[in-house]
Design a protein around this ligand. Structure first.
Ligand code: NAP
Length: 290
């Protein structure tokens, strides 16, 4: 068996096309969605992520404002910037790029973003709404993008067994809630670094999602024949055949393509969907305001 490719790039393009229509309607009401991105320090990967987000904004005609802060920025200076953005009527979404420079309290910064502008979906109020099954908040972008892949690919979830590897605040934990929520109705197991016999647990999954950050941790013999496999991992490994000397691979070993029924590639799977969901949240925020 060779797994069907769950093409995140194409699905993200579909979502962008849907958003273009909604942005057109907003324009007739005199509203242009606007995303503010704050980046502190010089982490090269963070700068690439921010550029990708800016490129998505420009494709869609979403206004983007970028605020570059030095590595030496203080907690107070950063919080003051967020406070200004909270009070700026024309801004619909605020994103503070992670990781922050050493010494800064990321949780305090997240908490200071107005929940109505928290398009990353990490504010405790938005995560709380997710736990309570309440609409009207923002869903975190990577798990929401994974749910879109599952939905758009016609993967049946009700009554199925889902296993999520990883329990982070940004991916694993919110995703496990989304997979278990009413209407999705899968039976969820969360695997983490203290789990015993992860291979046996994963092998029982109809839907297997890996968000660990260890290259190739999920082997072909961890996967049930025909399962849907979503690889969230982004791992840079050395590759001398590449001009850059490295390449990106996921958490799931290449051999899995011979066992899974459908699988996301890395790159080109979850990554583009994460950005599409950020755009979607920004448009939703603008719609709520207009
Ligand atoms: P994280 O905060 O480091 O969390 C990793 C999780 O994996 C933790 O819950 C950890 O367990 C678990 N883990 C570590 N070693 C394990 C093992 N041997 N067996 C089972 N579980 C293990 O990472 P993250 O932020 O969620 O990101 C995970 C991966 O997804 C990274 O590669 C990241 O780059 C990627 N990512 C991709 C996107 C995208 O858009 N494509 C977005 C976000 C993240 P404990 O809790 O017990 O420590």
């Amino acid at each position: 068996m060779t797994a069907i490719v769950l093409d995140g790039k194409t699905m993200a393009q579909e979502i962008e096309n849907e958003l273009l229509e909604r942005i057109g309607i907003l324009a007739t009401l005199g509203t242009v969605p606007c995303l503010a991105v704050v980046i502190a320090g010089n982490d090269p990967a963070s700068h690439v992520y921010v550029r990708n987000k800016e490129a998505a904004c420009s494709r869609l005609g979403v206004m983007s404002i970028r605020i570059d802060l030095p590595e030496s920025v203080s907690q107070k200076e950063l919080m003051d910037v967020v406070s200004e953005l909270n009070n700026d009527e024309k801004i619909h979404g605020i994103l503070v790029q992670s990781p922050l420079p050493k010494g800064l309290d990321e949780f305090e910064v997240t908490e200071s973003i107005s929940p109505e502008k928290d398009v990353d979906g990490f504010h405790p109020s938005n995560l709380g709404r997710l736990v309570m099954g309440l609409d009207g908040g923002f869903l975190p972008c990577t798990p929401a993008g994974i749910m879109e892949i599952i939905e758009r690919s016609g993967t049946v979830t009700s009554g199925k067994s889902s296993v999520v590897l990883g329990r982070s605040r940004i991916v694993g934990m919110p995703l496990s809630l989304m997979l278990a929520m009413k209407g999705v109705d899968s039976t969820v197991t969360v695997v983490h670094s203290k789990s015993v016999e992860p291979r046996e647990i994963c092998k029982a999954a109809d839907i297997l999602v890996s968000a660990v950050g260890v290259p190739g941790i999920v082997k072909a013999d961890w996967i049930k024949e025909g399962a849907t496999v979503i690889d969230v991992g982004i791992n840079r490994v050395l590759d001398n055949s590449k001009k850059s000397g490295s390449r990106i691979i996921g958490d799931v070993d290449e051999g899995a393509w011979g066992v899974a029924g459908r699988m996301t590639p890395v790159p080109g799977g979850v990554g583009p969907m994460t950005i599409a969901m950020l755009m979607k949240n920004t448009v939703i925020s603008a719609e709520r305001k207009s």
